[in-house]
Write a protein that binds this ligand. Structure first.
Ligand SMILES: Cc1cc2nc3c(=O)[nH]c(=O)nc-3n(C[C@H](O)[C@H](O)[C@H](O)COP(=O)(O)OP(=O)(O)OC[C@H]3O[C@@H](n4cnc5c(N)ncnc54)[C@H](O)[C@@H]3O)c2cc1C
Length: 476
């Protein structure tokens, strides 16, 4: 793979000349090991605390896309259409499996096939973005015999896959980190081939009610014939979604919960010693941690079904998957595209440095948040269908916090910990100790709580981590 900051070939159509670029910087905040204040509860100070900040990251501007009221999968399809056979779109938002690495990759393959159908021999193609979609698209186009360059605004590949190697050789993932055993079988097999470690995320779920100190340990729903955890939440959401699907007009999940009677049913229900309503709230928080959407914003028609698939957590360098795709492909880092001008004859790209570059066709894989912010100017304007889709689909917030400890302060070997009946921002933790032997906890936060988390400074975050973990210091 050729990763360059300072120079690359620039050409009009298929002819090439040399252009020297000055390096742009990745404006996304770099995760840092955070010094934490003195302990005020029984949770020790983490030896390191790393956080994502997709909400404020200029080259993401949000975590993953979701469909709010008024948007439909047709908007995603419209966004995936090419314009004049010159400008193609790929990425998680214009994919059939949004919010996932596999969806982004398959949309990259789809765009490559479409482009190849109209391309002439020896054409020169630019792919904007070295994330999952861009890397897969570039690989496919190269295999089809086209000349491909990849232009990436950050000083790293991977996009919303962000693998950070610590001094001890351990990896932290601050973006995509989990894979379905079946749905992601191809990615898991490729990671195996690349010697990138992943572990089965198998174990018990612990749900703890902060208000009453009650807690239950339940098997996750992947265990055959076992009672699903959070059944109150799952049942209530399922009944609301079923109700919403029968209505003439779309509604938010929150409205559907209310109108279907699911909220009232949950309020009177219980699971073990736990009250139904906090369980429902926790269930909605866990949905937000996957979709980035609050129940008050997400369309009830298109709320994803609760997943019962067994999963694996990537513990090696996830980004190796993309670097493998990009192997041998000219990839220019720190190269932000700010303008795309297109007509029947070709495409001219304007770079953040002021230079420009001519290619035959372009594949745009930047995140929906970047398209919404219009940091890339399209000339002429994109067709109405694309602009309507960019407006209609929303971008949700998901943030991860990884806390590493010298030794575990907890005794439970449950893998997923949920806190209900609390206003804490972090209510879901994944305990890596039973999976890897490392005393590491990963907090997952979505929706409004994710946005609030992204607004905390490092001391505030450290304090929040310790307070939200305090109830688990006393768990069984
Ligand atoms: C916190 C979090 C957790 C997640 N967890 C999972 C998970 O467990 N499993 C899963 O399957 N998926 C998960 N996802 C979703 C998954 O990460 C994404 O669906 C996927 O990585 C998106 O790939 P992409 O290529 O569409 O976009 P990106 O990876 O965002 O790639 C787009 C690229 O375009 C670049 N770019 C932006 N603007 C410009 C510009 N002007 N010029 C040039 N380049 C530009 C960006 O820097 C970026 O590298 C998670 C996402 C987040 C944020």
């Amino acid at each position: 793979m050729s990763f360059t900051r300072r120079s690359f070939l620039v050409g009009g159509g298929t002819s090439a000349s040399l252009l020297v670029l000055t390096a742009c910087t990745d404006t996304s905040p770099n995760p840092t090991a955070t010094p934490t204040p003195e302990p005020t509860n029984s949770v020790p100070t983490p030896t390191s605390l790393q956080r994502s900040d997709w909400t404020n990251d200029a080259f993401a501007l949000g975590a993953v896309s979701f469909l709010p009221v008024g948007a439909t999968p047709l908007h995603r399809e419209n966004l995936s259409q090419n314009v004049l056979g010159r400008v193609f779109f790929a990425g998680e938002a214009p994919s059939e499996e949004p919010s996932t690495v596999r969806g982004a990759r398959s949309s990259g393959s789809r765009a490559a096939r479409e482009l190849f159908d109209v391309a002439g021999e020896g054409e020169r193609i630019a792919v904007i973005g070295a994330g999952a979609a861009g890397a897969q698209c570039a690989r496919r186009l190269t295999a089809l015999g086209l000349t491909v360059i990849v232009l990436e605004a950050r000083d790293r590949t991977g996009g919303r896959i962000h693998s950070i190697e610590g001094d001890d050789g351990q990896f932290t993932e601050l973006g995509a980190w989990r894979l379905g055993v079946d749905s992601d079988a191809e990615i898991v097999a490729t990671l195996d081939r690349l010697d990138v470690a992943s572990v089965p995320a198998e174990g018990l779920d612990l749900i703890r009610d902060s208000a009453t100190d009650a807690e239950v340990l339940t098997p996750p729903p992947v265990v055959p014939d076992a009672a699903a955890p959070n059944t109150v939440g799952a049942t209530a959401v399922a009944s609301a979604v079923a109700w919403a699907a029968e209505q003439a007009a779309d509604s938010t999940l929150e409205t559907a919960l209310d109108a279907s009677g699911a909220l009232a049913a949950a309020a009177g229900a219980s699971q073990g010693e736990l009250e139904g309503e906090p369980l429902l709230q926790q269930y909605l928080r866990s949905l937000a941690a996957v979709t980035g959407a609050e129940a008050s914003a997400a369309s009830a028609w298109f709320t994803p079904e609760p997943s019962t698939e067994a999963s694996r957590i990537v513990t090696g360098s996830f980004v190796s998957l993309l670097d493998d795709d990009l192997d041998g492909i000219e990839t220019y880092l720190s190269t932000a595209v700010v303008g795309v001008s297109y007509d029947d004859d070709g495409v001219r790209l304007r770079l953040g440095t002021g230079e420009s570059l001519s290619v035959d066709r372009v594949v745009v894989t930047v995140p929906l948040g970047v398209l919404k912010a219009a940091t890339i100017e399209f000339t002429p304007l994109l067709p109405f269908g694309h602009r309507a889709a960019i407006n209609a689909i929303s971008v949700g917030a998901v943030e991860l916090v990884q806390a590493r400890f010298d030794e575990p302060f907890w005794t439970t070997d449950a893998v997923t910990w949920s806190l209900v009946g609390t206003d804490e921002l972090i209510t879901t933790w994944v305990n890596m100790l039973p999976l890897t032997g490392e005393p590491v906890l990963t907090g997952v936060v979505g929706g409004d709580a994710g946005i609030a988390l992204a607004g905390l400074n490092e001391n505030e975050l450290a304090e929040l981590v310790r307070s939200s973990l305090a109830p688990f210091a006393e768990s069984v």
